[in-house]
Design a protein around this ligand. Sequence first.
Ligand SMILES: Cc1cc2nc3c(=O)[nH]c(=O)nc-3n(C[C@H](O)[C@H](O)[C@H](O)COP(=O)(O)OP(=O)(O)OC[C@H]3O[C@@H](n4cnc5c(N)ncnc54)[C@H](O)[C@@H]3O)c2cc1C
Length: 160
Amino acid sequence: MSSIKSVAVIGLGPAGAISLDALAQEKAFDTIRAFERRDRAGGCWIEDPEDNIQQLPDLKKIAERSPDETLPIPAHIPATLPHNTQYRFSDTTVYPTLETNIDAEAMAFSQEPFPQTRTSANIEKHGEDSPFRHWKVVERYIQDLVNRRGGTCIQESSKQ
Ligand SMILES: Cc1cc2nc3c(=O)[nH]c(=O)nc-3n(C[C@H](O)[C@H](O)[C@H](O)COP(=O)(O)OP(=O)(O)OC[C@H]3O[C@@H](n4cnc5c(N)ncnc54)[C@H](O)[C@@H]3O)c2cc1C
């Protein structure tokens, strides 16, 4: 029997969530503490409400491979330039219509099948038995893993 009684999991994406669940099942620890810098578990599968998809560059310009405005070349190099505020990326990994692109069976943790919930757009595209899931299903799946042993695990936010 290990003398280690207190363990921590850092980050509650899919990897952290299943680690936390596995540690809780060991029933060997007095304290299992999880640190997540965001306000929820889910990792890549949670939306960033502060992200504004409207800030993305013009789609036509992206298709033409010219979304970035050309930056002026400084008269002298080296030069210290002001911070460039041109919006170049989305802060969130999730967008409203995102569906998984891997079969749910392959994405699932052993003994933790994915819920059967499918969006109508998904069914329309891939049929009633579509192997794909909307991102919200994945988010809930991960959060359920974290929350189902709430009595054993302590969730803490270390938001910076
Ligand atoms: C658009 C997109 C689509 C995808 N589609 C699929 C798919 O269909 N199927 C599939 O299997 N995979 C897919 N993936 C990949 C999948 O999302 C990742 O492989 C998975 O999320 C990785 O899990 P993770 O727990 O390792 O990391 P993450 O999901 O990145 O989670 C890491 C967590 O750690 C937290 N963290 C980091 N540093 C700290 C710190 N210092 N203190 C506290 N917390 C911290 C973060 O906030 C985050 O919550 C997709 C990814 C993207 C971006």
